[in-house]
Design a protein around this ligand. Structure first.
Ligand SMILES: [Mn+2]
Length: 355
């Protein structure tokens, strides 16, 4: 039996809402989800498991219709889905009175229940969030596979979301003891998997913030008599990448713009970048961060630079005045990172004062 597992698709989100690429990103979430539907057909998947947060917020009826139209394209794949902490089933949720295509199976219960698919000889356990937080360890109540059940060799899958204090805490090893052939998890934004666990967090399908670096995609797997195997297939259209940009005394805004352009060229101009500026800048050549930000898809610039000062030259020029005395006082202290910080921060304050 072949399955595709996704989670945290976050349809309806507008990632980096104040950035020029936000609208495009919002659309890309839909496009990539649509690609997963094509993958299910190409790979002849039996199951598409969606482990919560298909939507980033309460879905609109029109959005459910759009999703359902995509599900209708599935040739043989059955969809099994649940509501997560973001698209939880509140009383007015559009999920509740929506009529899905017959290929779609939605867990609406607020506690774990099971579905059985006879043709696949597979039982699937799941539930939906009815509130944005759930502190009870609800998955603990799932019984172990009954040895008396006939056929006892049927496959067993769990579709689950959370795993931390406010979102249904559970211990992975305890869940594994319940004889699942695969546990399809959602909630963690970055994919996590260990083969021997037969469980995985798919991670968000497309990353929606700089806190979700690295590759994103869907998990494809197979359950056979021999066991379960699965892997993450990256499919996201963009990645968040953090780069260190060294700043030296000779650096100017233009040399940094050129350096960043090169990095973006090498690592992909579709990607979204956080720049960490490190090193020492020349106070005579301050870096124009606004100009640097225009270089590409820059999410954020963290300026961790310090001013560069020619200490000997300044000491000579300021012999006898306040700046000179400050340098002399610090010179008497044992060298340490703290002294060094005091030297640069103090100097920059005193020199600025003199201008
Ligand atoms: Mn979540």
């Amino acid at each position: 039996m072949r399955f595709v597992h996704i989670a945290d698709v976050h349809l309806g989100a507008i990632p980096d809402g104040n950035k020029p690429w936000a609208t495009e990103r919002a659309r890309e979430l839909w496009d990539t989800f649509s690609e997963v539907i094509d993958v299910c057909n190409e790979k002849k998947a039996d199951l598409l498991l969606i482990a919560g947060n298909l939507f980033h917020r309460q879905p609109l009826k029109r959005e459910l219709k759009e999703v359902n139209a995509l599900f209708e394209k599935l040739e043989r794949t059955r969809v099994v889905l649940m509501a997560g902490d973001r698209d939880y089933l509140k009383e007015t949720s559009a999920y509740l009175d929506f009529t899905w295509d017959e290929s779609v199976h939605f867990f609406t219960s607020a506690t774990p229940e099971k579905m059985y698919f006879e043709d696949l000889d597979c039982e699937i356990w799941g539930m939906s969030y009815h509130t944005p937080t759930i502190t009870e360890p609800l998955y603990d109540s799932i019984p172990q596979k009954s040895r008396k059940e006939v056929p006892s060799d049927s496959y067993r899958i769990l579709l689950a979301h959370g795993g931390e204090d406010d979102h249904i805490p559970f211990r992975k090893d305890r869940l594994m003891e319940k004889d699942f052939d695969y546990i399809a998890l959602g909630h963690e934004p970055i994919a996590q998997m260990r083969d021997r666990d037969r469980m995985a967090y798919a991670g968000s399908l497309e990353p929606i913030s700089e806190n979700e670096p690295g590759e994103h995609g869907y998990i494809i797997g197979e359950i056979t008599e021999e066991g379960t195997s699965f892997e993450l297939i990256p499919i996201s259209q963009r990645q968040y990448i953090t780069v260190q940009v060294p700043v030296v005394r000779e650096s100017t805004t233009q040399t940094l713009v050129d350096a960043v352009k090169k990095i973006i060229y090498e690592q992909g101009d579709q990607n979204l970048y956080t720049l960490n500026l490190v090193g020492r800048f020349n106070p005579q050549k301050p870096i124009d961060l606004d100009e640097l930000e225009k270089t590409g898809n820059i999410v954020r610039i963290n300026d961790k630079t310090q001013a560069y000062y020619d200490i000997l030259k300044i000491a000579h020029e300021h012999d006898g005045d306040l700046v000179g005395e400050y340098l002399e006082a610090l010179h008497k202290l044992p060298p340490s990172p703290l002294t060094n910080k005091a030297l640069y921060y103090g100097l920059s304050a005193l020199l600025a004062d003199q201008e």
